[in-house]
Structures are given as C-alpha cells and as structure tokens.
Design a protein. Structure first.
Lengths: 115, 113
C-alpha cells in the first residue's frame, strides 16, 4: 500500500514548455485534488475531482488542465509553463470516514522550476 | 469563498513548553477544521481535526479548540519535543461532497532543545 504517489519529484522547465504531473492513489478513494504550495501562502487548490469522470476548478486553475484517467490516477498538465508556475505541487486523495469525518492524504510533492 | 487566517507565522518554544497556533475563518457554513503537520521535504499529514458540533478534542499532547461564534479555532501542543518542529497548517471546509479545504498560510514551529 503506497498511498499517494507523484512523479516526477523534481522538474525544471523553460518558459513555454509543457509537461504533465502524474498522481496515483491505491486506497480506492473517490476524491482527488491538486494543490500548489508557495512560500507564505499555504496550499491553494488548483483542481479537484469528486469522483471518476468529473473534474472542477479550484481557487487557482488558470494555466492548468487536469485529467481523471480512472479512479486511481489524476494528472495535472501545464500546456505552456510560465515562471509564475514555479511552485511545489501536491496531489491528495480523500477518504470519507464513518461519521462524515474526512482525511486528505497527500503525496510527497513535485518541485517545479520554470526558467 | 472561505478565507482562513493563521497566526503566528513563526513560533519558537523551549522543549517542554506549550505551543499555541490560532486560526480564524470567514464562512459560517464551514463545519470541519483539520490541522496538518508538514515536515521538511514531505507532504502535509493530518494530525487532528474537529467538527463544528464539538468544542474541543484531544489526542495525547495535541488538542484543538473551536469557537463557532467567534469563528476561530486553535491548536495546542503541550510538552513540546524537538520532533514537533515542523510547519503546521490549519484548514476549513464545508460538508460538500468533494470536501474542498481552504488552508491557512502556515506556522513554522521550532522547538529549541
């Protein structure tokens, strides 16, 4: 049981290049999320997927696209990277516990630098 | 939308002392308040959470209190240890099906030996 895995761990891009960040979870969770983390700003939600086949915008979706490939996998794509997208990206999945309590499990993160 | 403010941004305490981190939220519909701990180079990990029908919750050295009227909640860590040093985030959420969390900006806690 690996939990939430993300690839790659580190990436350097040039402005205008594209790339896809991969995320997978093996906990059979319905909901998955992509966040970005910037110094002094906490974690901000980019996109989320409440269930397989659905995706919705979060707080900061501009410049990103997502795909919920199946229940396990949720990818984040940068079509034309910009320096403002330099950040640490976290994927998470959500388990609704008995009684309605939720626990979001986070992956280890992808550190992206756009030059 | 929801706005969560967290204070202080940095906190240093002596080993064995207590640490308190405070958060306020803006949306009265929020009813779920988790706290996450993030160690260097890792993803955040849930350490404790509280729902709006409860005023306080404890788990060993960690406790969270909630004041719904004032819209603020706090994390209390007693008998701090060096391994408690990390960044702590509060968050708030309503009961929507996808449980979207709004995070505070984080507190860097340093426990001095």
């Amino acid at each position: 049981n690996a939990g939430v895995t993300q690839t790659p761990k580190f990436q350097v891009l040039k402005t205008g290049q594209s790339m896809t960040l991969q995320c997978a979870q093996d906990m059979n969770h319905n909901s998955m999320y992509w966040y970005r983390q910037d110094p002094g700003m906490g974690l901000r939600l980019i996109y989320y997927s409440a269930s397989e086949g659905t995706t919705d915008k979060g707080e900061v979706p501009n410049g990103y696209n997502v795909s919920r490939l199946n229940k396990r996998e949720f990818s984040l794509r940068l079509e034309s990277a910009a320096p403002s997208q330099t950040s640490v990206y976290f994927c998470a999945s959500n388990a609704r516990q008995r009684g309605g309590t939720d626990t979001q499990y986070f992956g280890p993160g992808t550190r992206l630098t756009v030059l | 939308g929801e706005n969560v403010e967290q204070h202080p941004s940095t906190l240093s305490v002596q080993e064995g002392d207590s640490a308190v981190i405070k958060c306020t939220y803006s949306d009265s519909a929020s009813n779920y308040f988790p706290w996450y701990k993030q160690e260097l180079g890792k993803g955040p990990q849930l350490i404790i959470d509280i729902r709006s029908n409860v005023g306080e919750k404890k788990d060993q050295r960690i406790a969270v209190t909630l004041n719904k009227t004032a819209k603020h909640f706090s994390l209390h860590i007693t008998e701090t240890q060096p391994e408690d040093s990390a960044v702590y985030f509060c968050a708030a959420s309503d009961s929507g099906s996808a449980r979207q969390l709004t995070f505070g900006s984080g507190t860097q806690l340093t426990v001095l030996p």
